[in-house]
Design a protein around this ligand. Structure first.
Ligand SMILES: C[S@@+](CC[C@H](N)C(=O)[O-])C[C@H]1O[C@@H](n2cnc3c(N)ncnc32)[C@H](O)[C@@H]1O
Length: 307
């Protein structure tokens, strides 16, 4: 159960100030893949709804082929920005920006595609899962059971043990990090493979609680200093080529409180649980790690419960 302060920061985690939208617009990995998925799923004349429109850019991608786009945004600053920016862009007139809480809003007519990007690593902080589950229930009550296509369609989450160096100009600072995927760093060594801990398929009903206990074999001898949380968003499934259009979030690396020596052949057991949309600390507070040494006599336990 969240206390009032946690609940408030969790709620505020939803509302991204205007200046951060520039970072989102500059994130080529995010933009290219959303554009490709929207181009693929939004057919000529389609009706589209975007939940949490921000600057309106994803609605604008949709407006190239859609006949109408409903773009819902709760932050009044962003509503004004989206209207201002869309007015400068061809097809912008097809996007109606609605100032409303997307947890309550429903379009006046059925839609073919729903776009929602309220995504944070691990489905923490932002309300993607709650939002889609709430939408599906309310939409079915108003328009019946046939659901629109969702962008993203699904989310895959994994965790991986790392030896991460935390040396900042000689200052040792084990601290939570968000790191660019696919970028080699001498500060990072992967000690084992990522283990899939949750799959969210937006076509199906989804639980709002993520609970996992799993084991990861150690492949490289080293020092376990961090866990990397990986979140891959399947924006669209391309049946013809049996492929997907994906967006991989920045990796979230959470340091373990005390470094732990591990050897190839050992097994790391990890468990945690949290509610989607909760602060990152909710995951940290429940995180537990045990190392089962290859030689059973050396079994060690490490509980990562903070405070
Ligand atoms: C991560 S941003 C994405 C913005 C934009 N869709 C894009 O991709 O650039 C999420 C947006 O959802 C909005 N938002 C969050 N909760 C909302 C709610 N309950 N109703 C409507 N908008 C919401 C935020 O204000 C923010 O602009």
């Amino acid at each position: 159960m969240l206390n009032e302060r946690e609940a408030e920061s969790c709620y505020l985690g939803q509302f991204i100030p205007v200046q951060y939208h520039h970072n989102m617009l500059m994130d080529a990995n995010r933009m290219d893949n959303f554009k490709a998925a929207i181009q693929r799923q939004v057919f000529e004349g389609a009706k589209v709804l975007e939940l949490g429109g921000g600057t309106g850019v994803l609605s604008w991608f949709a407006a190239h082929t859609a006949s109408k786009v409903y773009c819902v945004e709760f932050n009044p600053d962003m509503v004004a920005e989206a209207r201002r920016l869309l007015a400068k862009n061809r097809y912008g007139e097809k996007v109606e920006v609605i100032h409303a809480d997307a947890f309550e809003y429903l379009p006046p007519e059925p839609v073919d595609v729903v776009i929602c990007e309220m995504i944070h690593v691990g489905m923490l902080r932002e309300k993607q899962v709650e939002m889609i589950e709430s939408f599906k229930k309310r939409y079915a009550e108003k328009f019946g059971g046939t659901m629109p296509v969702f962008i993203p369609e699904a989310i895959l989450m994994a965790v991986q043990p790392l030896q991460q160096t935390y040396d900042f100009w000689g200052y040792q600072a084990p601290i939570i990090q968000f790191l660019q995927p696919g970028v080699f760093s001498a500060d990072t060594r992967e000690l084992g493979q990522p283990a899939l801990y949750s799959v969210i398929d937006f076509c199906q009903p989804n639980e709002l609680t993520i609970q996992w206990t799993g084991q990861i074999p150690v492949e490289q001898t080293g020092t376990l200093t961090a866990l990397r949380f990986v979140t891959k968003n399947v924006l669209a499934v391309v049946m013809e080529t049996s492929s997907t259009i994906d967006w991989l979030n920045h990796y979230m690396c959470i340091p373990v409180p005390e470094p732990l020596e591990v050897k190839a052949g050992d097994v790391i057991e990890i468990s945690f649980h949290y509610r989607t949309g909760a602060p990152i600390s909710a995951l940290q507070h429940t995180l537990q790690v045990q190392v089962h040494a290859a030689n059973r006599a050396k079994e060690r336990n490490l509980s990562l419960v903070h405070g």
